[in-house]
Design a protein around this ligand. Structure first.
Ligand code: ATP
Length: 249
């Protein structure tokens, strides 16, 4: 059975059907990318999955737990973590504080048998482990808001990882990045595959073709087709509808 299943999702804005009976699944260890031209409904779909927007119809399930009626924070607790297109970093705090805060927020009662000192130590170790994982160990004392955009995006990923997700929703992680930062983010996402399954929304087609096991193409709120990179590249309607428009965007 799939790790994550979205079935028959529908979202209407007045007369506009922004999400039109979308079903999408993510398997354990899989990177499933979602692409589509501007206005296709990618952000709406991500907001429906993370719970920021209410569904008009459909069902969501993660690892056997139904998410459909859960508010966003309970979906996070169930194993669904999201990186935001607009970063969720506390810009005035250090990288270390950001990581500590995230580690603390998701620690729950896991350190309840430890003394206060040992608890703080365990949180610090978690924070340092997150920094190590995404490559931030050298900038722990820097104020987050003063770091280059690419580094802030890594911190954003680390904050999402603090929740120890089963499924990581990455909403345009390469947005606004130059080629060097994009390459680093691709390498990081490839590494994260070992931690969580990933639903990746991304405009950077090179990155998508490099990373994704499966790509679903969204057009006018519907899944036009779904398959591996070869399938999507060779699909005539995708070339016409999506790649044609994106190549000139
Ligand atoms: N809150 C809203 N109210 C009304 N219409 C909306 C709302 N949010 C999105 N839409 C419409 O729904 C459609 C899908 O928008 P959405 O932002 O999900 O597309 P997208 O694929 O994420 O686009 P982009 O790549 O530009 O981010 C668009 O026609 C958009 O105008």
């Amino acid at each position: 059975m799939s790790l994550f299943q979205a079935q028959g999702l529908v979202k209407r804005f007045g007369g506009l059907v922004a999400t039109d009976n979308v079903s999408i699944a993510v398997e354990p260890g899989e990177i499933h990318a979602l692409i589509g031209p501007n206005g296709a409904g990618k952000s709406t779909l991500v907001n429906l999955i993370s719970g920021l927007l209410p569904l008009d119809a459909g069902r969501l399930e993660l690892d056997g737990v139904e998410l459909t009626a859960l508010p966003p924070h309970q979906r996070v607790r169930a194993g669904l973590s999201r990186c935001f297109q607009v970063t969720s970093v506390f810009r005035g705090d250090s990288v270390r504080s950001n990581l500590l805060l995230a580690a603390q927020a998701h620690a729950g009662s896991s350190f309840r048998f430890l003394s206060r000192r040992a608890g703080e130590q365990a949180l610090m170790e978690t924070a340092l482990g997150l920094a190590e994982k995404v490559g931030l160990s050298d900038v722990l004392d820097r104020t987050a808001g003063t770091l280059p955009h690419g580094v802030q995006r890594k911190l954003d990923v680390a904050l999402a990882l603090a929740a120890r997700p089963k499924l990581l929703l990455l909403d345009e992680p390469m947005a606004g990045m130059g080629p060097e930062d994009s390459l680093q983010m691709v390498a990081l996402i490839e590494k994260l595959r070992a931690e969580a399954a990933i639903l990746l929304i991304e405009h950077d087609m090179d990155a998508v073709f490099q990373l994704a096991d499966r790509i679903s193409v969204l057009v006018y709120g519907k899944v036009l087709t779904s398959g591996d990179a070869e399938h999507v590249k060779g699909h005539p309607e995708v070339q016409a509808v999506y790649l044609g428009t994106e190549a000139t965007a």
